[in-house]
Design a protein around this ligand. Structure first.
Ligand code: TXA
Ligand code: MG
Length: 338
């Protein structure tokens, strides 16, 4: 199959493919998603095959209107309506109880809930509205690899396996949406993202973070709770304090292999970088670092053969919680020790 690249003004053609049960990747403000008709069980199951994704990990349902959610979910509570009013379209995915029998087991992983998201991308909102159906939307990468923040990342992983990619340039946030479970008594954050705990608590009061470890026979409630995620081929090591980079560079200078370094401009400017170290700038702050994290990991995967990628750590608060959650998974929890 030849994977066709669609420009933003070609969404009609892309919507037609989706309605025919084909897979089409789409842009969002977080990362690129892999779209398929959420009401077509065969199409949804083809998404798992294209990604090489374990089939017990449920899919997000991507919508262009709240009315589309109401077709499948139980009547929305006031709190849920407030969250939608404040954060949609945007980087918040909301898990809601379903009306029985409305979405297939392939989409829900057998749960009686589903995760709904309305992304902040005009092209994709138009794509879904034109198709008239919600689309499943896992990140459009091979399972286990960093999520795609450029159409070319999607093309690299899925060329020949999907019908098309709608290219709307780089995504803005760089990591996937915050997931909040509103199907339980206490709202629970299953995955940190650009919408922070503090912002959520301003709207609905106390929320809790779920650090539950998922056992082998359990259905994971968010990616990475059970499966390896966001991992490039090289070993990623987190450098917790900017001051530790000097020791990391001393170590690197004694290696015979090439080493990667991902850090902000301020850190890079103060370091003397050995010849065998290739740098990738994370820009100036946590926003730019989050935007560039997956792109940087992919850069080292595709364009150079490094053994280790030293990557700057940030405070685990606000957007830093989302950044550190993804970085920790990429590194398999490995921190550089002096
Ligand atoms: O930003 C994003 O959310 C991106 C873009 C493309 O929209 N999508 C994304 O999808 O990250 P995905 O499939 O990689 O991650 C969504 C996760 C699933 O892996 C699953 O663990 C969780 O949401 N999920 C889906 N349905 C759920 C449910 N009913 N209850 C709890 N968690 C659920
Ligand atoms: Mg993913």
């Amino acid at each position: 199959m030849e994977t066709k690249i669609f420009k933003p003004d070609e969404v009609e053609a892309a919507a037609k493919l989706l309605k025919q049960g084909e897979l089409v990747a789409f842009p969002t403000e977080t990362v690129y998603g892999l779209g398929a008709d959420a009401t077509n069980e065969q199409a949804a199951s083809n998404v798992y095959a294209a990604k090489g994704r374990p089939s017990d990990n449920p899919l997000i349902v991507t919508v262009s209107s709240i009315e589309m959610v109401e077709r499948y979910a139980q009547p929305l509570t006031d709190e849920v309506k407030q969250l939608m009013a404040k954060f949609w379209p945007g980087s918040l995915t909301i898990v809601l109880p379903l009306k029985p029998g409305t979405l297939s087991k392939t989409v829900t992983g057998g749960l009686d809930t589903a995760a709904f998201r309305m992304p902040e991308n005009q092209v994709t909102l138009k794509l879904i509205a034109t198709a008239g159906i919600p689309i499943v939307g896992p990140s459009a990468n091979t399972s286990g690899k960093p999520s795609p923040t450029l159409a070319k990342h999607v093309y690299h992983d899925l060329n020949g396996k999907i019908a098309g990619i709608v290219d709307d340039g780089p995504t803005q946030v760089g990591v996937e949406s915050t997931i909040i479970d509103m199907s339980t008594d206490t709202p629970t954050i299953l995955r940190p993202g650009a919408v922070t705990v503090a912002e959520l608590e301003q709207v609905i009061g106390d929320v809790k973070a779920d650090h539950h470890h998922v056992g082998a026979n359990e259905i994971p409630k968010a990616p990475g709770m059970k499966y390896k995620h966001y991992a490039p081929s090289a070993q990623v090591e987190i450098v917790d304090h900017p001051a530790d980079f000097k020791a990391a560079m001393d170590w690197a200078s004694k290696q015979n292999e090439a080493i990667g370094l991902m850090a902000t401009d301020e850190v890079l400017a103060q370091l003397s970088v050995p010849q065998n170290v290739e740098t990738y700038s994370l820009g100036k702050d946590i926003q730019s670092a989050t935007h560039l994290l997956f792109a940087g990991l992919r850069h080292f995967d595709l364009e150079s053969e490094v053994k280790v990628i030293f990557t700057e750590g940030f405070d685990n608060t606000g957007l830093g919680a989302a950044y550190m959650n993804r970085l920790d998974k990429s590194a398999g929890g490995m921190h550089f020790k002096k």
